[in-house]
Design a protein around this ligand. Structure first.
Ligand code: GLN
Length: 547
């Protein structure tokens, strides 16, 4: 039976609960325990798959094809444990399950209520895979006091009550605001937040307090006294220069010790933090810098491309360079020549995206990188743009485009080099889709195998000819253009095992030009950088010596 740590937040949102959870996971692993992390989101969307990146940041995709919260990305990057569909749930999904059961008659005529039906559904979800790990870390999204969060808080209260004593603990994150005029850290919001928690029956065991300054002894004592915890259970979480410092910083502040104490685990196994020392050393002691342009649409919100930014950092760590990322709005290139905007970068990355806006600009960026021999990594839509660029400018198909942008019925503007995929093979069954299907959860999602061409650049990068990477897209490069494009120098170097779906393209006479239909950034870890990002940054570094 697993031990459970429930992680909640108060005072304000965006305190870094996901990061604190992930760092705790890494610290428990460093002490020899197995962990799984889970996110419970109170919003009513069934999953974030249909939300705009502006609303919610990146949608993180798991191997088994779930579209989840970006915190699951942090969990994976810090623990290396692949998240599953059952590690992310929202109110929307919970209610959907409850209502489906009600329609089926599973409740045998009972009146369906938040307690016990909704809370039971949440509790069932929390304990999936209970026997597999030593610790289950469950983070509740939002802040205490949110209306939508109440069933979750009630469910975890009941859950802890149902289990033997000492098997569940509660960790609460708050903010200690600093008042510059008086030079003080204020504890009142934390006191109120804990009061709110206790009103609904939850007593935190560990308090993690975000603050810009160290917590003076007097304030620590005050928090302990008013919030009913021991002084040692008040953990300071100062702002960090890099998120990859978090495990070491939290360890220094005593987080893992406080958690093990709360479970009465003594003596606590000694931690082996060598991985995190190496990670921190690589982050803080780079031997140079490379500049990478990310040409995209959602550039105002960095969270929209969270995993890409992290994967670039990992690539930098592998090459001992700092990767300086600049976010360039693709739409600029629809009006202006890309050269002055891109000539100072050592590499160009065009990320995934949806819809037509900005795509002509991305095509220009792909063209610029190809013609000027600048390392180029096109991810998902970024690969599709590279193929359209090659079709137009190398193969002479002037109207090449994607079906995604031809939405007006009866008006066809583009020759569909990229088309709406309606049927594909997943494992040993065929998936079928129609244009009229729901938008949620109907893309080609999750891990699929790609077979790499012997002797290709990607086969060299991966060091193997069979890989598995995560997907999230509805459109696909049309294989029927393969011959024509290959005769112009665009190699189809990775294919689905049945040979029908192009997974990777690369430009032959170019130092580094690769487009991939999948999202290699999703599997990258600081201690195991994604091969494509590792080599892309290496190519950027090489290019930086030439510029
Ligand atoms: N919009 C494109 C598609 O659905 C690309 C998706 C993506 O970049 N994730 O195929």
């Amino acid at each position: 039976m697993a031990r459970y740590v429930f992680i909640t937040g108060g005072v304000v949102s965006s305190l870094g609960k996901g990061l604190a959870s992930a760092a705790l996971g890494a610290l428990l692993q460093a002490r020899g325990y197995s962990v799984r992390l889970r996110k419970l989101d109170p919003y009513l969307n069934v999953d974030p798959g249909t939300m705009s990146p502006f609303e919610h940041g990146e949608v993180f995709v798991t191997d088994d094809g779930a579209e989840t919260d970006l915190d699951l990305g942090h969990y994976e990057r810090f623990t290396g444990v692949s998240a599953r569909m059952t590690d992310s749930i929202s109110s929307g999904r919970i209610y959907m399950n409850v209502l489906e059961k009600e329609r089926r008659g599973d409740y045998l005529g009972k009146t369906i209520q938040v307690i016990p039906h909704v809370t039971n559904e949440i509790k069932d979800f929390i304990e999936i895979g209970d026997e597999e790990v030593d610790f289950m870390l469950c983070e509740i999204g939002g802040t205490v006091g949110d209306i939508e969060g109440l069933p979750f808080f009630e469910a975890i209260r009941q859950f802890a009550q149902d289990r033997p004593r000492g098997q569940c603990i509660f960790m609460h994150l708050t903010l200690l605001p600093y008042i510059a005029a008086s030079g003080e850290l204020k504890t009142k919001p934390t006191q109120h937040s804990v009061k709110e928690l206790r009103t609904i029956g939850l007593q935190p065991n560990v308090l993690v307090c975000r603050s810009e300054h160290p917590i003076p002894e007097k304030e620590r004592e005050k928090i302990a006294l008013f919030c009913n915890v021991r002084k040692e259970d008040v953990i300071a979480a100062p702002d960090l220069k890099s998120i990859y410092e978090a495990p070491l910083a939290y360890h220094r502040e005593g987080l893992d010790q406080a958690v093990l104490d709360a479970f009465n685990i003594a003596p606590a196994p000694k931690p082996d933090l060598s991985t995190w020392h190496d990670v921190a050393d690589r982050v803080f002691n780079p031997e140079g810098e490379v500049r990478v342009a990310i040409v995209g649409k959602y550039v105002q919100l960095e969270d929209a491309y969270k995993s890409i930014a992290e994967a670039l950092t990992h690539g930098g760590m592998a090459n001992r360079v700092k990767v300086k990322v600049d976010w360039v709005d693709a739409e600029i290139f629809e009006r202006e020549d890309p050269a002055p905007h891109l000539e100072n970068f050592h590499a160009i990355l065009v990320p995934g995206g949806f819809g037509e806006r900005g795509t002509e600009g991305k095509i220009k960026a792909a063209q610029y990188a190809r013609e000027h021999k600048i390392p180029y990594l096109g991810i998902c839509l970024g690969m599709q743009m590279a193929v359209i660029e090659a079709a137009r400018n190398l193969a002479g198909i002037d109207t090449a485009g994607s079906e995604e942008f031809d939405h007006e019925a009866g008006k066809k503007r583009f020759e569909p080099v990229v088309y709406h995929l309606k049927e594909w093979v997943q494992g040993n069954h065929t998936v079928r889709r129609k244009s009229t299907d729901d938008k949620g959860g109907t893309m080609r999602l999750g891990a699929y195998t790609a077979v790499l061409k012997d002797g290709s650049k990607v086969a060299d990068v991966y060091g193997t000819t069979e890989i598995e990477e995560r997907h999230r897209h509805r459109y696909e490069v049309d294989i029927k253009y393969r011959e024509k494009l290959e005769s112009c120098g665009l190699v189809f170097s990775g294919m689905s095992p049945d040979g029908r779906l192009p997974e990777i393209v690369e430009v032959k006479d170019h130092p580094w030009y690769i487009g991939v239909q999948f999202h290699p950034e999703l599997k990258s870890k600081p201690f195991a950088p994604a091969p494509l990002f590792r080599d892309f940054v290496r190519a950027a570094k090489e290019n930086s010596r030439l510029v």
